[in-house]
Design a protein around this ligand. Sequence first.
Ligand SMILES: Nc1nc2c(ncn2[C@@H]2O[C@H](COP(=O)(O)OP(=O)(O)OP(=O)(O)O)[C@@H](O)[C@H]2O)c(=O)[nH]1
Ligand SMILES: [Mg+2]
Length: 454
Amino acid sequence: MAASDWWVRLREKLGGIPTFVAPSRNSEARVAQTSEALRTLLEDKSVPANVRDELTEDFAHVQALLDKLAAGELHIAVFGRVSVGKSALGNALLGREAFATGVLHGTTRARNAERWHEVAGQGLHLIDTPGINELSGEERERLAFDVAAISDLVIFVVDGDMTQSELDALRTLGRTQRPLLLALNKADRYTVDERARLLARLREHSAGLVRAEDVIACSALPAERVVVQVAADGSESETRTAQPNDVAELDARVRAIAEREGKTLAALNAGLFAGDLSDRVAQRVALARKDLAQRVIRNYCLAKGIAVALNPVPVADLLAAASLDIALVLHLGKVYGMPLTRSEAGTLIATICAQLAALMGAIWGVHLVSSALKGVSAGLTTLVTAGAQGALAWYATELVGRAAEKYLVQGKSWGEGGAKRAVADIVASLDRDSILREARAAILARLRGQQTSA
Ligand SMILES: Nc1nc2c(ncn2[C@@H]2O[C@H](COP(=O)(O)OP(=O)(O)OP(=O)(O)O)[C@@H](O)[C@H]2O)c(=O)[nH]1
Ligand SMILES: [Mg+2]
C-alpha cells in the first residue's frame, strides 16, 4: 500500500477534523475510537526509529492524552491581557489561592519561570497563562496555539470592551477549534446597566467565535468595600471589607460543559492532536525515506561505476548493462515500503530503459562520451578513459534509480503523463555534467586507492 498507509488508516478512523459543538451522543464510542487511534499511533512499527526519536515529545504527549482520556479530565485554560484577572479567575474556579495575583502587570509571568502554570482540583485542571500583551505578536500566536493544544476549553478573560489585539488573539484561538468562553471579569466595577451594554458589545465582537450564552460576566476578586467613618472629633477611620466573588454563572457553565461533553471534548482534542501528529510523522517518514533512497542510489552508482571502469563495456551496451540495476530497484522498493518481485523490477527497468533509449538515442554516443571526458586535458591514460566509462554507467544507474524512486513514491504509478513524461522529467531535472564530473572523481579516487593498496 501507499508509503504512509498507517496514517491514512488513522485519518480514516478519526473521520476527518471534528469541529466544536460535539454530538454528546456516541461520546463513549468516540472516546474509544480516539483512544484506539492514539494507541495505533504509539505502537505503529512502521514509524522508523529515527523519526520516533525526533518526535519523542509528541509521542509522550500522545501518551499523556491517552491517560487524560482514561481519567476523563477536562483541561481549562484562562487566556487574556495582563491584569484582567486571569489568575484570580483560576483561583475562584478552584476555590483556593492556587495562582499568584497582583496589581502589577505580568504577575503570572514574573512568578512562574514556565510559560504557564497548571493546577488540578474540584474536578478541573486549570492552566494559567501570562498576559498576552507582554508578548510579541508571534509569541502571542504561539502561546495561543500551545495553550489550545493542551486544553479542552479556553476561557478568554477581558475586563471591559475588547481591544483590537484581544480580538485578534480570540480569532487565533478560534482557529484552533477549541470551544471558547468569553468572561467579562471585574463586573463589580460596572453598574447593572453598563454591564448589560458591555456584554451585548462583547457578544457582537465575538459573534461566530463564541456562542452568545458563553459570554458571561463575573467578578473573580471584587475590590474591597472601603467605608470611611468620621468621628465626632473629626478624625477619620477606614474599614475595608472583602467582597465575595461572583463566578457562579461561569462556574456553572464550565461544569455543564464538562459534564455534558467533557469526555467528548477531550476525545475531540486528542483526535485533533493525533491527526496533526500523524501528518508530521508522515512528513518525517517521507523525508527519511528520500534521504535513505538517495544514499542507496549513490552506493549502487558507485559500485556500478567501479565495476564498469574495471571492466569497460562498449558505450552502446551501457543501457543493456542497466538491467544489472535490478538489485538497486529491489532495494528501493524496500526503502519505500513497497517490495517488488524480481520480475516486477525487471519490467520496471525495461520500461525505464526503453524511455531512456528513446530519449537519448541520438545523443547517447559520442556526445556523452565527450561530456564524460570534458575537463580531462592531457594524456588520456587508460585509467581516465575507464573512469569516463564508469561515470557513464553511474549516470545511467542514477537515472534508473531516480525514475524507479519516482514510480514508487507515486504508489507504483507513473502518474498522468505515463513513463515517457516521468523519465523525461527526471532526465531534465538532473545536471548531467556535474553528475559525470562527480562520478568520475569518485570512481578515480577509488581506483587510485585500489592501485596504491594493490
Ligand atoms: N475590581 C476587581 N478587581 C479584580 C478582579 N479580579 C482581579 N482583580 C484585580 O486585578 C489585578 C490583576 O489580577 P490577576 O489575577 O493577577 O490578573 P492576571 O490577569 O493574572 O495578571 P497577569 O498575571 O499579570 O497577566 C489584581 O489586583 C486583582 O486584585 C475583579 O473581579 N474585580
Ligand atoms: Mg496572572
